[in-house]
Design a protein around this ligand. Structure first.
Ligand code: S3P
Length: 168
């Protein structure tokens, strides 16, 4: 049985793009949790927030974590809030190694300048990034098996992760 590689971190930390590239290098399947939820609900994350509220989304996220946590040998990108719920962290770590893609607020603000798909950043993006990232950083750090500097290019981030995976 081979462990999953689980990527967590803030919105804009590059979890999806890094996960895709990593899965490609390791010749394995990539699963994006938000995309998985959108597919099972047949609705975008923004629509879920809008129609049913954040709590409902968090329940779907918990269900997805429980399911994806039982998978093997996948690269899984969480949503930015997934590991804020310790039950999700436990489910994903049961058969997965958790990598935290750590980014500075400036990196997020710069990367998400023109993005309007994140309901939690819809109002005053700069303030929302600063305060949410500040409160979540210690949670990501405590949850992670490995902390990766993700203020870098995708290639560099993938290399950092591969080095750890290959040395294990
Ligand atoms: C969220 C992050 C989003 C998505 C939802 C909530 C969060 O995922 O799950 O909008 O709470 O940080 P990304 O990190 O992939 O943008």
């Amino acid at each position: 049985m081979s462990k999953n590689i689980v990527l967590c971190g803030f919105m804009g930390s590059g979890k999806s793009v890094t996960g895709k590239a990593l899965a490609n290098c390791l010749n394995t399947e990539f699963i994006d949790m938000d995309a998985y939820i959108e597919k099972t609900e047949n609705m975008s994350v923004s629509e879920i927030f809008e129609k049913f509220g954040e709590n409902h989304f968090r329940n779907l996220e918990a269900k997805a974590s429980a399911t994806l946590g039982t998978f093997e040998n996948k690269v899984i990108a969480c949503g930015g809030g997934t590991v804020v719920n310790p039950e999700n962290t436990m489910a994903l770590k049961q058969n997965g190694e958790l990598f935290y893609l750590s980014v500075a607020p400036e990196t997020v603000i710069n990367r998400l300048k023109t993005d309007n798909t994140r309901p939690l950043l819809a109002k005053n993006k700069e303030n929302a990034v600063n305060s949410l990232l500040n409160s979540r950083a210690p949670i990501y750090e405590a949850a992670a098996d490995h902390i990766i500097d993700a203020n870098k290019s995708v290639t560099e981030v993938v290399e950092q992760i591969l080095k750890i995976v290959r040395e294990a």
